[in-house]
Design a protein around this ligand. Structure first.
Ligand code: MSP
Length: 642
């Protein structure tokens, strides 16, 4: 996101499907956008933040049917659930759009009509493969094992129907020119390169209507073809302009083009290829940035209901506090990379970063100012004694804005924590209690005031991430966080005036144990019987696991996954076994070929990311690294271990 010359910012989340209730992936995207929107307002940009729900399409029609509800009834229910959750999470959206809203439907029909009249939409026959879960079309050679969706791994179905097509192929060159000219139009860079190579392979025209179901926006009256409804992605993408009044009262169109569409990596193709092509067809400017974040997984696996490993954001927020949760999500994972959700990591962040580094500092300032100066602070001597500390902090604070514009929220937070480290270290270095004993009251006052000033600045910068918490911190120093205080304390670098501090309750009580029952699938009853209370197993139970040495014959990265590598492993059997392993972060596929590993050979085959996996390899893991367990010397493939 770049600072807009016209002082406006338009930030969007994807609109969420209403086939199911929100999970932490949805919460993550929304928290990122909320942080960007709050930051934009803080620095004085006129901001419009859009979120909403995507309510048409076969997936939702089927989900509603399964529950014996009408599509609209079901969409109303789940859309409300999303809206209520975002309200509970203090998400500061300016508009919540629903694709069943009448103004949206009219705007979409108008856009379709314009594209049609321009000759960019034509009628033909569609024959191919469709994934209902992704609401996406695929060619035969894109499928995995000739059947499964390359994006989500679910089976696709064959569709043969009459359809209107959008001339996507016509926009191939213009798209490539856009990627070339606008360096940051798609972020992060690695993902942009994937988009470019996809387009370079050649774009096929896109089927933009369906006839096999009815839950969708009808074609415009002027086209008069009532058997067709619009393809859900055409309908959905247009929300970014219909929300601004496109096709109706266009008052809000002043916000277009969007500064940033934040999306998950799985839907980048729709946003970075289809959407700009639609906009080109409509003669509208293109968004400034499309930023794709990674996926949250559990134990490196995709979350899914069937695995019972879905993390419910509401549950996490209720247990740990919504702002702590928000801090964790934004701090833990670099933008664009996948992250594994664990309560332990969340608790570590709360106890260490929030409680120790930040909460304690607020307590210490209150404690010291109370004990020595009756809660008074005075900044008049801060520069005299602690100019270096002020300058060091300022240098870091000056670098923060760029991190926001580059979507590197984790670095932004890291920077803020470096500033807190300067504050914490200056207390241990200068020991105000010693200064008081030595009668250097001026220096001790300057130090307590230095820390107060640092905390005031940190609270302003942290406000977009933790609004309520930082409001409490700024109340200690008698100011409200808004664009005025931003100008005063950040832009003009004024110091706090002489004042009495206000006491507040401790901000982050330490968390001693996991507060949510782990969302792992429960151990089945029969398995439980076998286990003794202390986790000890018998030798027979151990030998139920067949461990073998395997030789890796082939290794390739799995497209679309940041973690997975697909291996062909010789276990001394008729043919090699295919094993999917979450080791991409630690190993290069090329380096694995012709090396040996230890394999659990009698595991029930599973489908991981759409790929069959017929075993599991053994590895040792700590927080930072993972190492494959290997035999000491080369041994025959298939040799048993035990
Ligand atoms: N309706 C479409 C978007 C249309 S936008 C014009 C859609 N909806 S979704 O509900 O399936 O997903 C919405 C967002 O949630 C996507 O950005 C997706 O990447 C994100 N996530 C879904 N699961 C996720 C994780 N496990 N982790 C992180 N985000 C993921 O796609």
């Amino acid at each position: 996101m770049r600072k807009n010359k016209c002082k406006k910012a338009y930030i969007t989340t994807p609109i969420y499907y209403v086939n199911d209730i929100p999970h932490i992936g949805h919460a993550y995207t929304t928290m990122i956008c909320d942080t960007l929107a709050r930051y934009s307002r803080l620095i004085g940009l006129e901001t419009f933040f859009l979120t909403g729900t995507d309510e048409h399409g076969q997936k939702i029609e089927e989900a509603a049917k399964k529950r014996g509800k009408s599509s609209k009834q079901y969409a109303d229910e789940i859309s409300n659930y999303f809206k209520n959750l975002w309200d509970e999470f203090d998400i500061s959206y300016d508009k919540f759009i629903r694709t069943t809203d009448e103004y949206h439907q009219k705007g979409v029909q108008k856009a379709f009509e314009i594209m049609f009249k321009k000759g960019d939409i034509y009628k033909d026959m569609y024959e191919g493969h469709y994934c209902i879960s992704c609401e996406s079309f695929f060619t035969q050679n894109q499928l995995i094992d000739n059947e499964y969706c390359p994006d989500c791994g679910k089976p696709t179905s064959i569709v043969k129907e009459e359809s209107y097509f959008f001339k996507l192929s016509k926009y191939e060159d213009r798209l490539l020119k856009w990627y070339k000219e606008k360096e940051n139009c798609v972020l992060p860079k690695g993902k942009k390169n994937e988009v470019i190579s996809f387009v370079k392979q050649g774009l096929k025209d896109l089927s933009v209507t369906r006839t096999s179901f009815s839950w969708g926006i009808k074609l415009p009256k002027s086209i008069d073809d009532p058997t067709h409804v619009m393809y859900v992605w055409l309908d959905a993408l247009l929300n970014y302009i219909t929300a601004l009044g496109y096709g109706a009262d266009e008052k809000l169109m002043k916000f277009w083009p969007a500064n940033v569409h934040v999306v998950g990596k799985d839907i980048l193709r729709f946003h970075a290829i289809y959407w700009p092509a639609f906009l080109m067809s409509l003669d509208l400017p293109l968004p400034k940035h499309i930023a794709a974040h990674g996926w949250w997984t559990r134990n490196s696996e995709k979350m899914s209901k069937s695995k019972g490993n879905v993390v419910n954001p509401k549950e996490v927020a209720n247990a740990y506090g919504v702002e702590n949760f928000r801090y964790f999500m934004l701090r833990e994972v670099p933008f664009g990379q996948d992250g594994d959700f664990s309560q332990k990591a969340l608790i570590d962040r709360i106890n260490s970063d929030l409680s120790n580094d930040l909460g304690n500092l607020v307590n210490r300032v209150l404690g010291m100012s109370g004990k020595y100066f009756d809660f008074e602070i005075d900044s008049k001597n801060v520069q005299k004694y602690y100019q270096k500390e002020l300058d060091d902090c300022q240098k870091i604070l000056d670098s923060l804005q760029q991190y926001i514009f580059d979507m590197q929220l984790n670095k932004y937070l890291e920077g803020l924590w470096k500033v807190l480290t300067i504050a914490n270290q200056s207390i241990s270095t200068y020991e105000p209690w010693v200064k008081m004993k030595e009668g250097k009251n001026d220096e001790a006052m300057a130090l307590v005031s230095l820390i107060s000033n640092i905390l005031a600045k940190v609270s302003i910068f942290l406000h977009p991430v933790m609004p309520k918490t930082t409001d409490k911190i700024s109340s200690v120093f008698n100011f409200t966080i808004d664009n005025n205080s931003y100008k005063k304390y950040i832009e003009n670098q004024e110091l706090l005036e002489k004042m009495k501090l206000n006491k507040i309750d401790p901000l982050f009580p330490k968390i001693e144990k996991m507060l949510i029952k782990s969302p792992e699938p429960e151990v089945k009853k029969e398995d439980k019987k076998e286990q003794s209370n202390d986790g000890i197993i018998t030798i027979d139970q151990f030998f139920q696991t067949k461990l073998k040495v395997g030789t890796i014959l082939e290794a390739v990265n799995i497209k679309g996954s940041d973690k997975l590598i697909k291996l062909q492993v010789d276990l001394g059997e008729d043919k090699p076994r295919q094993i999917v392993a979450g080791i991409k972060e630690f190993y290069n596929p090329q380096d694995l070929i012709n090396t040996q590993i230890c394999v659990v050979a009698n595991l029930k085959p599973a489908k991981i990311f759409g790929n069959k996996s017929e075993g599991m390899l053994l590895a040792a893991k700590d927080k930072k690294s993972l190492m494959l367990i290997r035999p000491e010397k080369f041994i025959k493939s298939g040799s048993s271990i035990g």
